[in-house]
Design a protein around this ligand. Sequence first.
Ligand SMILES: C[S@@+](CC[C@H](N)C(=O)[O-])C[C@H]1O[C@@H](n2cnc3c(N)ncnc32)[C@H](O)[C@@H]1O
Length: 374
Amino acid sequence: MERFRSLARYPVRVAWTNGSLCHPASTSDYCVYMLPTFNHGKGISLVTTPSVIYSLSIKPFADRWFNSPDLAIPPDLLGVNPIKGKGLGVVAANRTIRKNTRVMVDAPALMIDHGALAELGPERLSDLVHESARMLPYPAREGFFGLSGAEGQLPKSKDSALAIVRKNAFRTKIEDVEFHTVFLDVSRVNHACNPNAAYHFDPLVMRKSLVTVRDIHPGEELTIGYVDLTQTSKTRQSSLSHWNFTCSCHRCTQPSHLQQESDARTAQLINIRNELDEYRRRLPDGPAMAELLITLYELEGLEARVHEAYYRAAVEFNGVRDRWKAIKFGRLCLERGLLLKDETRSFVMQMRSLVEDPEGHWSWGFRLDRTKIM
Ligand SMILES: C[S@@+](CC[C@H](N)C(=O)[O-])C[C@H]1O[C@@H](n2cnc3c(N)ncnc32)[C@H](O)[C@@H]1O
């Protein structure tokens, strides 16, 4: 209550419609809120607490939520087709999509506060989820109830709404609040452990964008990673368990000797990354280890995250005062990183300052010089 009162002096920038339906939970009420003008009138509904909706309504960046572009599924690039063993999926239409192309920009239609899923029993939860879907403006409402997950349920019933959320929602965060978010178009994109696209949700504009990380040929499926892909196969499978499917991607279904090699490479990747992230040691081998890290990301088909390896390579080469290689890897990190993340991310700011002035960056010579070791 105190926190709520102290916020009351800020101007409201976004007027959410009042909670039309609320259910009490142990820490707060959870209610349904609606913003019909969001995303060019497509609308959004939220299930959350009154204090979260108040703090969202005063965010200075909320003005940007309304008219940011929404690329949906561009028909000249992509189509939605049945994919064996996966239901529907998104495929490249009749031309090759080059790597580093932004192929989708999608706005959320429905967001459920993680607290509601954790605290409310199934009856109250499905009541709120159903009401939030029912309140969406017409085309978005039809789009939501047309998503997969409710097969065998009564169409548009309470149970069907919750089943659709369980099958399609991605975890997203707005500052420290976690939501389960349904995007009507991105929800058609299937998972792979070596995906050919990467995604990023930007709460400043409330959009999720997908960028290709390899060339995608006509008819080839577009895939993203639903979970942390830098894990061995068993751990990935258990992270995927709440999605309720057994992963049938290439990295999970190789013959067992290749699977073992892939797991060994992934374990080595995790070890090297941990060693490089230990800044308190002298590490003259850092550059060679970072180059091996890049190779391991590539061999495992993890181009979606290879900027993480470029970052470490830039720091390691700078750490042994190899200026030109540090700049090279810093630029590679920025090239991919900036397609996915915004300028305010700390890794982006770090790479910008390293590329502009390697000698002035904190990492200059830090692997060689004891006085610099933090
Ligand atoms: C966000 S939806 C993706 C679109 C969905 N295939 C459809 O028909 O609308 C997530 C669901 O798709 C299926 N799916 C996604 N990736 C898969 C994969 N690699 N292997 C098998 N099923 C997958 C699972 O049923 C999962 O719960």
